[in-house]
Structure formats: C-alpha cells, structure tokens
Design a protein around this ligand. Structure first.
Ligand code: IPM
Ligand code: MG
Length: 387
C-alpha cells in the first residue's frame, strides 16, 4: 500500500536517472478537465526538470467524453492500462449534456465509480488546509478558520454508492451496506494518517439511526485499540456538519463512509474560501492510486481559460509525494502555489473585490515562476543545521 505519510526525503540527485522516470495515466475527462490537467502537466514538467525526474503520460477516455466517442463512460482496457502506470491523474467528469434521469442511459459518473471499484481506490484523502493569504475569502470569519488543517479520509468503494439499487414503476431504493473488513481497512488507514499528524480521529457516522453506522462505530472502536497514541472520537454526521462551521480547528482526521464523506468534504472545502483549491488522493489497495481535484467539471466556465488550476496542481503534488516518492518535489510545488498566492496571484474564484483575476494559463505561469525560485532539494536534515 502507498504510504500516506511518505514524506521522508529520498536522495534528490538533480541529474535525471532512469529509476526516476515515471509513467502517469491522464484522464482529462469533461468540462474544465482538459484545461486543469494541462496546467498540472506543465507544473510537473517544471518541477521534474528542477529535481531530476521525468514523467511521461498515457491518455485515456473516461466520463462524458467517452460516452460521446464510444457510447459508454469508460473505454475498454482502461483499468488494465491504469494498473500498468505509476499513478492516474484525473481532471473531472460529468456535465449537463449527459445528465439524465433515465436509468438506461449511460452516465459519465459511472465511469469514475467503475474506476474506483476496479482499482480498489478504498481511501479518498481530502486535505483541507487554509492558505493564510486566502483567509479573507471564506464565508466564515478569518478567526474561525485560521489554522484549520483537516484530513478527510473518505471510504470510496462501498456504502450507498455501490449498494443494491433499483428503480421500479413508481418507487426506487438504494442500500447502504458495509462489511466489517471494508470499515476496518478504511479506519486503519485513517489511524495511520492521524499517527503522522495531530493524533486525533473523528469517526463520523449516523449510529443513532443506521445499522451500517452501528457496525462502523463498533469496528472503529475495535481498530482504535491498536493505536493507543491516537485518540478516537465518535461524532454523528449531522453534528459534524455543524461543528465544521462552528469550530473547524477541533478536527484533525475525519474518517467516514462514502456518502457522508462526499457531502462533508464539499462543506469543508468552503472553509478554505474556494473549492477550486482542494486536491484529493484516492489510495488504491492494489498499488495504483488516482489523483483528482475535488471540484467537478464546472461546465459553465469550461473552455474559457479561467478555471482555477490550483486544486489539480496540488493533486499532482500529492501524486509526486504518495505515488512517485518525490516528496521534496511535492513540497516545492505546494510552496510554489503558496508563494504565488502570497504574491497576489488570483483566479476569478479566489479574487477579492477589486482584485484583478488571472486566467488559468497566467496562474499556472505564476506558479511555475515561483517554483523556479524554490531551492533544489536540500539534503535531509538541512533544516536542523546551525547557521
Ligand atoms: C466526488 C464527486 C463524485 C462523487 C461524483 C462525480 C460521482 O462528487 O468525487 O466527490 O460523488 O463521489
Ligand atoms: Mg463530491
């Protein structure tokens, strides 16, 4: 399994070596997908040149673009091709063009769900970190969100997303089912992540109503016994939705089932001021993980060159860290994004009143420029050396 905390610096030789040639599957998808993926590629090329590694790409059809091309939301053989790569970088899927309430018509989202299932992407990591320079952008008061640093660990291959469902003549149902094993591996992963952070896990459920949540809670309690240095707190999902707005700093790691995690992570994203800033990593049990921004395909602004590329660029940073082992490069990308923001670079979604908004290409160029000023990887422990 990929380490969620793989932050140990490797050897960071600035010259290109064959071992550090990586292959990534690009799935640009729909709407703004192709634009943000192109931006991330540019940043990866720049950081690769600086840190001495190279990434080459394959490309695949997933989502509405696949429906248009071949009549189904995922091209044949795509899962196998993904498995043969070091990682998968996804833009976004979906759009009103393919929206339908007809259960017999193909949906772009089904391609993504199938990909999650087949690659066994069981844990979705959604870091929610407030950039200091964007504190004024949140709809919450800056003093409430300052210092917020949450990792949502969302179960991604079970629950109501994959349970038995049926549409009947005048009714329909979905089922939320979990096995102990599914809950266990997610909660264990969350505890491991928390161990490298502030050592607090909120396990979020609806155990006052749902049987699957009572199983979830029992398993979480049992798993916690193996992690005596990490505190476990149970919290009901409705209360969590409220507490995230009331006092977000109380959270470190949130471990929760698929649908709750979908909803809570969109809510948590707005703590940072814009969902356009938030990356995600979907960790594959089979070794290949997938990286994507948590915002969708934003069809209203697609093709206009104005989408915020930061979430995808930060997703690429997670990929460098967790799948490619290029942790120093990942940190360089993160700090380049931070620097560009500090220097006032803003796309429309994060520009304050009267602040000029950059297009996606200019924003990306500002991040690449900031990157070129970030020093090469320092030897391990350099930070501790006396001046
Ligand atoms: C997400 C998205 C997806 C989900 C959609 C596109 C199927 O909202 O990744 O959060 O619901 O999981
Ligand atoms: Mg979602």
């Amino acid at each position: 399994m990929v380490s969620a905390q793989g932050r140990e610096a490797g050897s960071d030789a600035p010259t290109l070596d064959a071992e550090r040639a990586y292959r990534v599957m690009l799935l640009p998808g729909d709407g703004v997908g192709p634009e943000i993926v192109a931006a991330a590629k540019q940043v990866v090329a720049a950081v690769g040149a600086r840190f001495g590694f190279a990434v080459t790409y394959e490309q695949g059809l997933l989502g509405g673009c696949a429906i248009d091309a071949i009549g189904k939301p995922m091209e044949d053989g795509l899962v196998e091709r993904c498995r043969a790569c070091d990682a998968v970088l996804l833009g976004a899927v979906g759009g009103p063009r393919w929206d339908t309430t007809d259960p017999h018509k193909p949906r772009p989202e089904q391609g993504l769900l199938d990909m999650r299932k087949h690659l066994e992407l069981f844990a979705n990591l959604r870091p929610v970190k407030c950039f200091a320079s964007l504190a004024g952008n949140s709809s919450l008061k800056p003093e409430v969100i300052a210092g917020t640093d949450i990792m949502v660990v969302r179960e991604l291959t079970g629950g109501v997303y994959f349970g038995k469902r049926e549409r009947r003549a005048d009714s329909a149902y979905d089922t939320m089912a979990y096995s102990e094993a599914e809950v266990e591996r997610l909660v264990e992963y969350a505890f491991q992540v928390a161990g490298g952070r502030r050592k607090l896990v909120h396990s979020v459920d609806k155990a006052n109503v749902l049987e699957s949540s009572r199983l979830w809670r029992a398993v979480a309690t049992r798993v916690a016994e193996a992690y005596p240095d990490v505190e476990l707190r149970h919290m009901l999902v409705d209360n969590t939705a409220m507490q995230l707005i009331r006092e977000p700093r109380q959270f470190d790691v949130i471990a929760t089932e698929n649908l709750f995690g979908d909803i809570l992570s969109d809510e948590a994203a707005m703590l940072t001021g814009s969902i356009g800033m938030l990356p995600s990593a979907s960790i594959g049990a089979g070794g290949v993980s997938l990286y994507e921004p948590i915002h969708g395909s934003a069809p209203d602004i697609a093709g206009q060159g104005v989408v915020n590329p930061c979430a995808t660029i930060l997703s690429a940073a997670l990929m460098l860290d967790l799948s490619l082992g290029e942790s120093a490069a990942a940190r360089a990308v993160e700090s380049a994004v931070e620097t560009a923001l500090e220097q006032g670079a803003r796309t429309a979604d994060i520009a304050g009143p009267g602040e000029p908004a950059l297009g996606s290409a200019e924003m990306t160029a500002r991040i690449v420029a900031a990157l070129s000023r970030v020093g090469r990887a320092e030897p391990a422990g350099a930070g501790q050396e006396p001046r």
